[in-house]
Ligand binder design. Structure first.
Ligand code: EPU
Length: 428
């Protein structure tokens, strides 16, 4: 069977209407792992990454690293990556098109080999995802782009040099590419107005453990003093704040009660505050998060996604689905991406009323209840939101497009079953 038919056959089947109850352990963070995997290219010594999630985006990144000459192995002590003396710098095959995170290879390979030729990164379709901020910053540090139309071909004769860079927008990926370029550059790089997401801090912690000199990660002024070389290290990745948020909202939206073990509550303040406004009772503990859902989710009036520490865009679809049967209307404004409401059409098929006022604003006119039907994930977080809607709905929901969900969730069916949900993967 060809892969298209195979994927359309695979679905997550959910019997809805059950309050989630129990304890679930939160997996390692996707968006912390991926740039760190690219960062291992900056040393020829062994790097061991503990708590790396086993998701398809990670497997794709491993394939790319192997293509470049790395030896990778999952061992008991973690994911072990050993990069070679000479890495290949040609990535013009199809691999990089499968995910956005191949963007990190631009900074890492230029820093390591002085040149790169690669396809533009792909990834979930959630709006236009240009690379202009990345390219301009790397150019300021000495990169010359020979070609930037369909492909990106660049070199940095003599290696990167430090620079003062002011970003027009705090792009997460661009900030990460500058860090990757800056740690082995000649002199000091300062980033003004960079991203402050916890994943930036994790990348800097990893690189610091490898011998890099970085200060101010997670603040308005990030400063990197270039060093001669980096060494290997063993590093434990943080747990995933978006997966933890997904499950916290799912528990609340089903009126359940559960403990999310190792939820990184220190990095979840905005989504947790919103969840409390929705009527959930929360207890933030040393080991995780206790969530008790209300009888019915409260409408919250207005919610806008913002850069960290604001409400994360990656939880926007999840919040949208949770609010479908709320007590009152809510308007959600997407403040980061320009087309991240693809899930709205699918929620309509389940009886929801998410009215799109334009491409970035949705007004939720709440309904009494959702009903199960066949729906299709169009992107990773939208897919998880449909699983959540299926848990809230009466009857059976089938979510197609499982590949998207598997990009970021290790095993969403297993995790929801831990919480007493009736859910399984069908068609394999
Ligand atoms: N932007 C530009 N030019 C650029 C770069 C970004 O205009 O050169 C714009 C984008 O078009 C977008 C906004 O800036 O409108 C934010 O993009 P950003 O660069 O911050 O996002 P990213 O680095 O591509 C990462 C995560 C996303 C997450 C965003 C925002 C990874 C691998 N991806 O993407 O995660 O939504 O930051 O927090 O870290 C997900 O996990 O589902 C996901 C999409």
């Amino acid at each position: 069977m060809n892969s298209f038919l195979q994927e359309h056959k695979r679905s997550i089947v959910i019997k809805g209407g059950i309050r989630l109850k129990g304890t679930v352990k939160i997996q390692g963070s996707k968006n912390a792992s991926l740039p760190i995997m690219a960062a291992t290219l900056l040393t020829i010594q062994e790097c061991v990454l503990q708590n790396c999630p086993r998701i398809s985006d990670i497997y794709h990144m491993l394939e790319i690293l192997e293509l470049l000459g790395a030896k990778v192995q999952w061992q008991k002590r973690g994911l072990v990556i050993c990069n070679p003396q000479t890495v290949l710098c040609d990535l013009s095959g199809p691999q990089v098109r499968t995910m956005r995170s191949s963007m990190f290879l631009l900074g890492a390979l230029l820093a390591r080999s002085g040149k790169v030729c690669m396809n533009y990164p792909g990834g979930c379709v959630i709006g236009s995802r240009p690379m202009n901020i990345h390219l301009e910053a790397l150019e300021q540090m000495g990169a010359r782009f020979l070609y930037k139309e369909e492909k990106l071909c660049a070199e940095v004769p003599g290696g990167f040099h430090g620079s003062d860079i002011t970003l027009p927008f705090p792009s997460v990926g661009a900030t990460e590419n500058i860090i990757l370029a800056g740690v082995l550059a000649k002199g000091r790089t300062r980033v003004f107005g960079g991203a402050k997401e916890p994943e930036i801090v994790s990348l800097c912690e990893f690189l610091t453990a490898c011998g890099a000199k970085i200060t101010g990660a997670g603040t308005d002024l990030l400063s990197i003093e270039g060093v001669e070389s980096l060494h290997g290290c063993s590093f434990c990745l943080p747990t995933d704040r978006i997966v933890a948020g997904t499950y916290a909202y799912a528990v609340a939206a089903t009126g359940g009660e559960a403990f999310l073990e190792r939820a990184p509550i220190g990095h979840m303040e905005a989504p947790l505050t919103i969840l409390e406004k929705m009527g959930a009772e929360l207890q933030r503990t040393m080991d995780g998060l206790y969530v008790q859902g209300p009888e019915r989710i409260h409408g919250i009036g207005y919610l806008k996604t913002k850069v960290y520490p604001g409400f994360p865009t990656d939880l926007q679809s999840i919040a949208l689905a949770s609010l479908m049967t709320a007590t009152e209307m809510t308007v959600i404004e997407e403040g980061i991406f320009d087309n991240r409401f693809a899930v709205a059409k699918e929620l309509e098929k389940m009886g929801g009323r998410p009215l799109l006022l334009d491409k970035t604003v949705a007004c939720i006119d709440p309904v009494q209840s959702l009903y199960g039907t066949g729906v299709e994930a169009k992107d990773l977080r939208g897919g998880a939101a449909l699983v959540l809607a299926g848990l809230m709905a009466s009857g059976e929901t089938r979510v197609y497009g499982v590949d998207y969900i598997e990009r970021g969730y290790e095993n969403i069916c297993r995790d929801i079953r831990e919480l007493g949900g009736v859910i399984y993967l069908s068609g394999e």
